[in-house]
Design a protein around this ligand. Sequence first.
Ligand SMILES: Nc1ncnc2c1ncn2[C@@H]1O[C@H](COP(=O)(O)OP(=O)(O)OP(=O)(O)O)[C@@H](O)[C@H]1O
Ligand SMILES: [Mg+2]
Length: 351
Amino acid sequence: MLILGIETSCDETAAAVVRDGREILSNVVVSQIDIFAEYGGVIPEVAARSHLEVVLPVIDKALTDAACSWDDIDAIAVTHAPGLLGSLLIGTLTARTLAVIHNKPLYAVHHLKSHVYANWLCGGDEQNDSNVPQFPLLALVVSGGHTQILYMPQHNRFEIIGTTHDDAVGECFDKVAKILGLPYPGGPSITKAALAGDQNRYKLPHPKVDGLDFSFSGLKTAVLRAVQKEVRVEISYPSHKLQDLLTPQQVADFAASFQKTAVDILCEKMRAALAEYPDVQSVAVAGGVSANTILREKMKDISSVPVCFPLASLSGDNGAMVAAACYYEIMSGVKPTDPYTLNIYPRIPIA
Ligand SMILES: Nc1ncnc2c1ncn2[C@@H]1O[C@H](COP(=O)(O)OP(=O)(O)OP(=O)(O)O)[C@@H](O)[C@H]1O
Ligand SMILES: [Mg+2]
């Protein structure tokens, strides 16, 4: 079964053709990172306009790269939730129109489900191919907008067992990078800066949050206060001016100390989750932050059950993961949606 996956929930316009939920025939991603690097974050209206400009060429290229015509496509899958309202609208309106024109079944897919299913995609990498998550599993979704632990007893069944009370961990990476004067997006630039840093130089607190929930806004503020203390300014000193007072070594040490703390918090909660769910056969890490090399290293040691990650190139938003999630929805008996009435849900949870 060939599925065309379309993803436009935030600042990537993406389309891909995937066979049977695992084999990527094409995967086209146009990122708006260069546009938003200047502003240090996404501007929703600009994101929607950028999607509109490139969405059709991106879909055309996905079909061309896969050497497919519309006749070969069995279904169209599109992200309908959650995400930025204008961005979701462009993707879904495009998919709805194409589904009607080409008479294809249309499936509406939740974005976090897609991130989790990136773990089923093969990448021509042997370890990834043999490392398909086994059920029941725990999924740790760590992205720009979410930080959640999901219990998945079988395909297409999700129970949220932990979630953040405030910021997502990816958002925290982005905000800390801003304080340190590192470029957007913060995740990769913090990892890069941390290479030259001492992760033990600054002691940052772990939030006290009950159960399997998270909180990351306190960690961001802790970094801000530690930087202000280090450069000896009042707490009222504007955060955007702090970067001018930091030496490159201080930036590297803050980046490394923050990254270590954020990763330790995630690992700590996953250890607790595994203790609460002893039937779990594997862990699947998903979302943009799952590209983090330190997280990848440390998560391997949290348990004796296998810990799976998507290929780093599939951690961020892409169309292949939408097609993969759709395939397993179809295998679970989900029926297509009506292209004339499909709605978007900017904030709806996965379960
Ligand atoms: N190597 C990395 N280390 C840590 N964080 C990273 C890394 N690479 C990317 N990120 C972070 O991942 C986030 C983007 O991930 P993703 O694209 O999954 O989020 P999103 O789609 O914007 O949000 P959501 O998936 O919750 O809707 C950004 O916050 C970015 O800083
Ligand atoms: Mg995402």
